[in-house]
Unconditional design. Structure first.
Ligand code: CO
Length: 268
């Protein structure tokens, strides 16, 4: 069946929801996910929404839809079931807002009958352990065991920020030199640097733990400012190897996302 047929006969659509990015290069990650979903679920109607309000009306390209706008539009087009794949890393404020929106749109008279939502990448202990394994399996091949790896997440002051130290735990039991830091909340840059020094590693591979390598990667991680992670680590005498790709450029992460979506569809 073509997308048109599934949409018309089953009245079903898939909504991909991401935070959004202002970086054209970072959209590669989103394009990767879209391509993988299309391949795994041929014929499904695919739509996008971004949760970052400030990015919806800014920048070049076509106007973006918020999850509310995307769901309202699908309902107006006669769609009855929407399956949402969230590209968020933790169940923070953004993902929880999305869950509230999904619940609010489900079962409205003459509206959508069913709105289902996948969890973010880090969602429960099992998913956290699985992501840790996946990250360890896909470390840069040239990295030697006595070299450290630091994954820097966006971080949050939301209580779901505990997922970062949780991920750190699952990584650490298998490879003590793989660390997690965050831009907001914790583990902080200072805490990560202290852990790095304690590890005794001379070289560190620095990688974003974010879906896209966008503004935060370009500035906070790898920027020229003295307080960027790369500069701070270099100033501490470490050799820094930047890994300039987001999780959405890791085929194993994409496969995991697609499997989460397939599971959601099969559960119903
Ligand atoms: Co941010």
């Amino acid at each position: 069946m073509s997308a048109d047929d599934i949409f018309k006969e089953k009245r079903r659509a898939i909504l991909l929801v991401a935070f959004g990015t202002s970086h054209a290069k970072a959209r590669i990650a989103y394009a990767n996910v879209e391509r993988a979903v299309k391949t795994a679920l041929p014929g499904e109607e695919l739509r996008w929404a971004w949760t970052a309000r400030t990015l919806l009306r800014s920048g070049e390209g076509p106007p973006r839809l918020s999850p509310q706008e995307a769901l309202a539009r699908l309902a107006a087009e006669g769609c009855k079931e929407v399956y949402i794949l969230s590209l968020h890393v933790i169940p923070g404020a953004e993902w929880n807002d999305l869950a509230v929106t999904a619940a609010a749109f489900a079962g409205l008279p003459k509206g959508l009958e069913k709105v289902r939502l996948c969890g973010p990448l880090l969602y429960g202990g099992e998913a956290t352990a699985r992501l840790a394994d996946l990250l360890l399996d896909t470390l840069p091949r040239q990295r030697k065991i006595d070299e450290a790896v630091v994954f820097v997440g966006h971080g949050t002051h939301h209580h779901s920020g505990v997922y970062y130290p949780a991920l750190q735990y699952y990584l650490g039991v298998k490879d003590a030199n793989v660390l997690v830091g965050t831009l907001e909340g914790g583990p902080s840059q200072a805490e990560t640097l202290a852990a790095l020094k304690a590890s005794g590693a001379r070289k560190v591979w620095l990688a974003p733990l974010m879906m896209v390598a966008g503004d935060h990667a370009a500035n906070d991680l790898f920027g020229p400012a003295a307080d960027s992670w790369q500069q701070v680590f270099a100033a501490a005498g470490l050799e820094v190897e930047p890994v300039r790709s987001g999780l959405g450029e890791n085929p194993a992460v994409i496969e995991l996302l697609v499997n989460n979506l397939k599971t959601l569809l099969e559960e119903d």
